[in-house]
Ligand binder design. Sequence first.
Ligand SMILES: [Zn+2]
Length: 179
Amino acid sequence: MSLTLIIGPMKSGKSLELISLIAPFEYTKKRVAMVQPVKNVRDSNVESRLGLKRAAQKVTSLSEFSAQADVIGIDEIHMFPRTDISVLKAWLLDGRELLVSGLDLDYQGRLIPMIADILTLKPELIIDKKAVCEICGEYDGRFTTITHDGKRIRRGLPHVVPEDGTYVFGVACRQCFFG
Ligand SMILES: [Zn+2]
């Protein structure tokens, strides 16, 4: 059993990483499944912005996931209820291979509670992705910003904001995020 955590800002290729890490298991005798939150309205599969995709079961809580699987990929983990950490823990102790991806920091740069909880399970591997900063153009974007009508929102929103088109998500490097 092992736990792989893929983190990073928006548009950093987390889903691409997840799909490519899970792909080799499809050729083993292990049963492979992918899960994503119903809240994710961007796509019906787990889908990378580069076009790679894989079918996924949509659930509102990991406790609803019913497939018999030895290897489970979970996209957008930050969108699941925090109580689902107990499901992750049980799956790990049950000997399953977990590959999990999600946003680590919210729009204020705070660690999202679900990710903090996952860190306490001590992932064997943490892959920290970066993206291109949309403010200065450097390939060092590690933070996610939220704007509305072109203005950056700095307070008043929950840790996790659905991608339903209300807000625009962006990427910023440390300098641009705090500047
Ligand atoms: Zn920048």
